[in-house]
Design a protein around this ligand. Structure first.
Ligand code: ATP
Length: 555
């Protein structure tokens, strides 16, 4: 089947972006997909999801802002100032390309319509171009794409390359559109998508009409089962109303391990291939002869105790020499589920049976099965929770022994319980304009705590406020600006906010020497002035408290 023109997809995506209605987004995309064959359906659906490659592949054709800006400048002849002006107004590099590509300085020798297949080839070339000296080749590929593209096509090419699609087409809506285009029931679509893991592979299978035979395959990661948060042991006991497994909540990195034909690969929660980062996990399965897909957590662990999560993070970022970092943060894989064994899917078996299979698979290897105790009452859940905290774990994940493994779902059998850390009252000292639908408003805030008479920054937050609050903040931050650097500004320290966060880590990024992990604004503290904010001593106390728990456990 001949590949169709890319412009039709770009136009459909433009219409999708133009409507706030989810139903309309789905029906526009569904109508567009209807005419496509399997190959084009695969490419188009991936692009609509904002990707150029299959989820789980190690490479994604991303191109840096500076390369893209260079190419846009070269192709359109626009100056840096002109580009910067458009960017400030739109807050999206794709839109910059769209505005400027209307007036190209160079034209291609032969104007040929871009097809989906041609675009897919170009993306594959970009993915394959890596290492030293690759930037010239990348630039060449992007340039020929933008020369061949209409302004609208250019916009969506740049959006894929920057990973900033922002059409509001979340994977659930894409799945619905594909199901609609090829006549699949919701149930069938859900199952096939979860098993196939990647929206493009799912669309291709739907267009071919073979979703029913979709199976978990080695080296094709599937969507992870997720846990629903609960606030108290009492709620958990009531929710299940019977004897359940309380497993420790290990604080590490979620990892799906596939073993087949003698090879082992590790996939992250985002279904990226992260095998290289965890050589110990690969070697842990060296003696194994079986084929399987396991779910579990890679945990920094030594002498029978967990180590602080920060060590693992540093190792992953490879700030230091990897071998050195690896020594400081040795890891153990704690497996808690099995999804396939020797070619058979096991997801529909009850958890109690899956755990027996799991135990048999990892027996004799350095891999450990997550610890679990049976609990029924509120008191038992509480006791298990306390024990987990004493040992340095994060809390509990409580599971129904009769439950199936529900791929990609939250809240169908797993319940998590953890404590929220203390919050901090901080003052905003710097701010930035947002991106996408927050392009015209100041929505990113850098904040500080007190250190004697000085203020020391500890983080940057861009979530937690309503659009209305962001509007008011924008106004106030403009009024209190001390120095305007364009998209960024320094402001008078006046606005106090309360921030929640997941943990505190040491960091050179802020002048306090600490950074909050996943900060979110809980509320604007209009009742507090900057003199009443928290001080660095409190940050240090919380930081030490986190460490203490782990250090105590290590004794
Ligand atoms: P969190 O930030 O609380 O870890 P999350 O959004 O990453 O949450 P959830 O599914 O909501 O993921 O919470 C469960 C997480 O806890 C899993 O993603 C997994 O990484 C981790 N975890 C640790 N131990 C277990 C366990 N025994 N069973 C299941 N998940 C576990």
């Amino acid at each position: 089947m001949k590949s169709t023109k890319f412009i039709a997809l770009a136009e459909a995506l433009e219409r999708v972006r133009g409507t706030a209605s989810k139903n309309e987004k789905v029906s526009i995309l569904s109508a567009y997909l209807k005419g496509l064959g399997p190959e084009d359906a695969r490419v188009a659906s991936r692009i609509a999801s904002g990707r150029s490659s299959q989820r789980g592949s190690r490479d994604e054709a991303q191109v840096g802002y500076s390369t893209l800006l260079d190419v846009i400048r070269e192709v359109t002849g626009a100056t840096e100032e002109e580009i910067s002006k458009v960017y400030l107004k739109r807050g999206d590099l794709g839109e910059v390309a769209e505005v400027l590509l209307g007036d190209k300085k160079e034209q291609p020798l032969f104007r040929e319509d871009l097809t989906l297949a041609a675009l897919d080839d170009a993306f594959a070339r970009l993915r394959a171009t890596k290492g030293q000296g690759s930037s010239g080749a990348k630039r060449g590929t992007v340039k020929s794409l933008l020369l061949a593209a209409t302004p609208l096509e250019g916009k969506y090419i740049v959006k894929v390359l920057t990973g900033e699609m922002r059409t509001g087409l979340v994977s659930g809506l894409l799945k619905e559109a594909i199901a609609g285009a090829y006549g699949l029931s919701d149930e069938e679509a859900e199952r096939a998508y979860m098993v196939l893991g990647d929206i493009g592979t799912f669309a291709e299978s739907a267009a071919k009409g073979d979703t029913r035979s979709a199976r978990i395959q080695p080296f094709r990661p599937v969507n992870f089962m997720l846990a629903e948060p609960f606030a108290t042991p009492g709620e958990i006991a009531e929710h299940f109303g019977r004897t359940v497994y309380a497993e420790y909540k290990y604080d590490g990195v979620r990892a799906q391990v596939h073993r087949s034909r003698g090879a082992v690969r590790v996939y992250s929660r985002r279904l990226e291939d992260v095998t290289e980062g965890f050589p110990e996990v690969v070697s842990a399965f060296e003696g194994s002869t079986r084929e399987f897909v396991l779910d579990g957590e890679v945990v920094p662990f030594a002498d029978g105790r967990p180590l602080p999560f920060q060590l693992l993070q540093r190792r992953l970022r490879r700030q230091e020499d990897f071998e050195e970092a690896r020594k400081k943060a040795p890891v153990t894989y704690f497996a808690f589920d099995i999804l396939a064994l020797d070619g058979e899917e096991t997801t529909e078996l009850p958890l109690s049976e899956r755990r027996m299979l799991l135990a048999a698979v990892v027996a004799g290897s350095p891999v450990r099965v997550a610890e679990s105790v049976d609990v029924t009452t509120e008191g038992e859940v509480m006791a298990a929770f306390r024990r987990s905290k004493e040992l340095g774990y994060e809390g509990l994940v409580v599971k129904d022994p009769g439950g199936a493994y529900a791929m990609g779902k939250r809240g169908s059998g797993w319940a998590k319980l953890k404590e929220e850390l203390d919050t901090l009252d901080v003052v905003i000292v710097g701010a930035e304009y947002g991106h996408g639908k927050r392009a015209g408003v100041i929505s990113d805030y850098t904040f500080a705590v007190r250190d004697g008479d000085a203020l020391k920054t500890v983080g940057k937050a861009y979530s937690g406020l309503t659009d209305k609050e962001i509007g008011e903040m924008t106004k106030r931050l403009k009024e209190t600006t001390l120095k305007d650097f364009g998209y960024r500004r320094q402001v008078r320290p006046e606005i106090v906010v309360e921030v929640a966060f997941d943990s505190i880590q040491r960091s050179g990024r802020h002048d306090s020497g600490f950074a909050l992990r996943f900060p979110r604004i809980k509320r604007i503290r209009t009742d507090k002035g900057p003199s009443e904010i928290d001080d660095i001593a409190k940050v240090e106390r919380i930081f030490a408290g986190q460490k203490l728990k782990v250090d105590e456990a290590a004794r």
